[in-house]
Design a protein around this ligand. Structure first.
Ligand code: ZN
Ligand code: ZN
Length: 317
């Protein structure tokens, strides 16, 4: 099979021919139709987070078909022990022995893969492969982050990329108001957010017209945390949804006082996946995608780094 590999962190991905993977006990052999590109892939590529296995096939938003023709999604959570104190208390997202797709287990920037059947999500037929792929991380980790905002009526989204463009649609469907924050002067993304129904869109650093009840930070810039706190009404929460963030600068206590909180979201549970995949067609969540062939996965990552596309990038092998 052809696969695009991260051989060394900090260096471009390379497309190679590898032996076809063979499924172990409980694993499905999958033919990949599309694989979404996530900012985590870029953090691994750029060595902002440590790789646990090299070389590795990146990609954890896999839409694939089983040998009997069933369409499934393979998300970031690839395996858990089922026995640790987190698994035993419905928090398998924090499993101390968890293995993640595209980090610990070869992922979806390839023609074929194998995956533990228990962690694959059946996918509805509404969306094409490339439209469904971004739901599998940006969508469902974004959904987990949105749940952490509880019943917040006015939600700020910092970093209006793959996850935010889907979660804005879900928030609006739930009757909330969305305030979108982009890089300063990024008029194109601000227009994109308004087109998707955001009540207001502006650059990070701008004050929204109303105080927010919650903010979700999808961008990896730590300085957004005090900024988002400053935009919150008392009792509001800042939810950090990424796996990596630059250092958070110090800030005056009064930004946190008033029962404001800062919390992070890590990974997903299978329940998050099942709930979000069932909800997405009801909204319905429409994804805006730019597709890239396998050989251009490195280009997809550099376009993500530079903010060159709206919505999500998807690799189609
Ligand atoms: Zn991801
Ligand atoms: Zn566990």
């Amino acid at each position: 099979m052809r696969a695009t590999l991260l051989e060394r962190q900090g260096e471009p991905l390379k497309t190679r021919t590898l032996p076809d993977p063979t499924p172990g006990p409980g694993q499905l052999r999958l033919t990949i139709g599309a694989c979404g590109v996530c900012r985590t892939d870029l953090h691994l590529r750029d060595h902002e987070i440590e790789a646990t296995k090299l070389p590795i096939v990146l990609g954890h938003q896999i839409v694939a078909r089983t040998e009997d023709g069933q369409r499934v999604g393979v998300p970031w959570l690839g395996w858990t022990d089922g026995t640790c104190r987190y698994c035993r208390t419905n928090r398998e997202n924090l499993c101390i022995n968890a293995r993640f797709t595209g980090r610990d287990i070869n992922g979806g920037y390839a023609e074929l893969t194998v995956a533990d059947e228990r962690y694959c999500l059946p996918l509805p037929d509404e969306l094409a492969d490339e439209e469904a792929a971004p739901l599998l991380c940006g969508g469902l980790i974004g959904y987990r982050a949105l749940r952490f905002t509880k019943d917040a009526a006015r939600v700020g989204l910092y970093g209006f990329g793959s996850a935010a463009h889907m979660i804005a649609q879900v928030a609006i469907y739930q009757g909330r108001e969305v305030f979108a924050f982009t890089r300063p002067n990024d008029d194109r993304t601000q227009k994109f957010a308004t087109r998707l129904g955001a009540k207001w869109a502006g650059g990070s650093g701008e004050k929204p017209p109303e105080q927010l009840d919650a903010a979700i930070i999808f961008a990896s810039a730590g300085e957004l945390v005090p900024e988002a706190l400053a935009a919150l009404a008392p009792g509001g929460a800042v939810v950090c949804a990424g796996i990596h963030m630059t250092d958070i600068p110090s800030f005056p206590y009064e930004l946190l006082y008033g029962e404001r909180s800062v919390v992070s979201v890590a990974n997903l549970t299978r329940r998050d996946g099942e709930e979000f995949i069932a909800l997405a067609p009801k909204v319905p969540v429409r994804t805006t995608v730019s597709t890239y062939p396998l050989e251009q996965a490195e280009q997809a990552l550099s376009d993500l780094r530079a903010g060159r596309f709206e919505g999500s990038a998807v690799i189609v092998p």
